[in-house]
Design a binder for this molecule. Structure first.
Ligand SMILES: [Cu+2]
Length: 427
């Protein structure tokens, strides 16, 4: 008896502990997202090599960072499709321009690649640059992290840099008017919403009744015993079979009636457009006059320092300086070239993150070996340091050269880097 009560008390204590633990976990779960909202999309969880060597985003602009419900803003920029696209990721033969945000807080009113409207999938050519534009309309009030994003079939979503957008007002006032081909205007936010609810709930109710009935009569284990006992044929009664037939007939009638009714109520409809846009023109960039040959590199984990040895040849008419390295949405700037801080989300902008072993400009016709150092905590915060632990420790990105006239040239660099785990190690 004492043993029994002892066990009972132990059990009760265990339950209390489990409950307390559960409560604590629930509290942590509800407070944690608020503490780390920037990573809420999992933008840092994608492998470093994937973010660095697929799409290189640059010139990304958010036309506003504060909008009212119903107000429009534009998210635009350029993207370079990396030539050394990783073998592990499907090529962007079927890609889709999207916005990365927590639910439809801003709706997509328009999407353009170059000047071609791109509401559907398109093909991107590896090694080329494209210009894109997203017209967004604010729907839900709050503060949200908004990214440009391209979904690649077989590769998943590839997320660009994100900016915090504050939406003011009230979602109840949101409207989404669209003019139809027959000239009438509808509000897409509420159009046909009663039917959508009715239709879905009717079918859900039918399914629930069906499942519930079979669960209530005998259950799974009892049925298993019946089958084992050789009484499988008695499991379903004649009445149940009759009712099943009626149910099937009713379902089919409902589908046929629904289809006929929708066809007569809306005689002119177009199916969803799901084709593939091929032949979207990339940005017609002038021929490159600067080349950068990769001669090896290292990544020092404790110093968060990427050191890249390059042989740079300038066959242009102007001297050039290395001004910026951009990868995975991050920008590392050379303060000698960027004397003022450009407008860009702070968490992605390392305005003193780049330096070169020889800062003098590379003259026309000159070939020089240089070491470019990329060093900033953001490299680690955005988890690009994971490069050291990847199966494919290859970095990639765009190196921008600047001429005194203001001309800018983006040159793709990339290759395998050797991870180093001790500070002070050199190339
Ligand atoms: Cu985000």
């Amino acid at each position: 008896m004492t043993i029994f009560f002892g066990k009972l008390a132990e059990f009760a204590r265990g339950r209390a502990r489990a409950l307390a633990f559960g409560l604590a976990a629930a509290i942590v779960a509800t407070t944690l997202p608020a503490a780390t909202p920037a990573s809420a999309h999992g933008e840092r969880s994608q492998q470093a090599f994937l973010r660095m060597r697929t799409l290189n985003w640059y010139d990304v602009k958010w036309s506003k960072t504060e909008v009212n419900v119903n107000e429009e803003m534009v998210l635009s920029g350029k993207v370079h499709v990396f030539s050394g696209w990783p073998q592990a990721v499907a090529k962007p033969d079927v890609a889709f321009l999207n916005v990365g945000e927590p639910g439809p807080v801003l709706i997509r009113k328009g999407a353009y690649v170059g000047d071609v409207p791109a509401p559907r999938s398109f093909t991107l050519q590896v090694g080329k640059d494209y210009e894109y534009k997203l017209v967004l309309k604010a729907r839900r009030q709050g503060r949200f992290h908004v990214h440009v994003q391209i979904n690649v079939e077989g590769g998943g979503p590839i997320v660009g840099p994100g900016e915090w957008i504050t939406i003011k007002g009230d979602m109840n006032n949101f409207t989404n008017p669209v003019t139809l081909l027959d000239g009438t205007t509808i509000d897409l936010e509420t159009y046909g919403i009663t039917w959508v609810y009715t239709y879905h709930f009717l079918w859900m109710a039918a399914a629930a009744v069906w499942i519930l009935y079979w669960f209530m009569t005998k259950g799974i284990i009892a049925r298993y015993w019946w089958v084992k006992a050789g009484k499988a044929n008695e499991l379903i009664t004649v009445n149940e079979k009759k009712f099943g037939g009626l149910w099937l007939a009713g379902t089919m009638l409902a589908v046929i009636f629904g289809y006929a009714w929708a066809n007569s109520a809306f005689p002119r409809t177009l199916p969803m457009q799901a084709g593939l846009l091929k032949g979207i023109d990339p940005i017609p960039l002038p021929p490159q006059t600067v080349t950068a040959q990769f001669k090896g590199g290292s990544y020092t984990v404790p110093g968060r320092e990427l050191a890249v040895k390059l042989v740079i040849t300038n066959s242009g008419t102007e001297p050039v300086k290395v001004g910026e390295f951009t990868t995975a949405g991050l920008r590392f700037l050379n303060p000698e070239v960027f004397t003022t801080r450009p407008q860009f989300p702070d968490y992605l902008l390392a305005d003193r993150g780049l330096s070169v072993s020889d800062p003098t400009p590379i003259g026309p016709g000159e070939t020089r070996e240089l070491t470019v150092l990329v060093q900033d905590a953001r490299f680690d915060i955005e988890r690009l340091s994971d490069l050291a632990y990847d199966t494919d420790s290859q970095f990639g990105g765009l190196l921008f050269f600047f001429a005194p006239s203001g001309a800018r040239q983006g040159v793709e660099i990339g290759g395998p880097v050797i991870p180093r785990f001790q500070a002070g190690a050199t190339l």
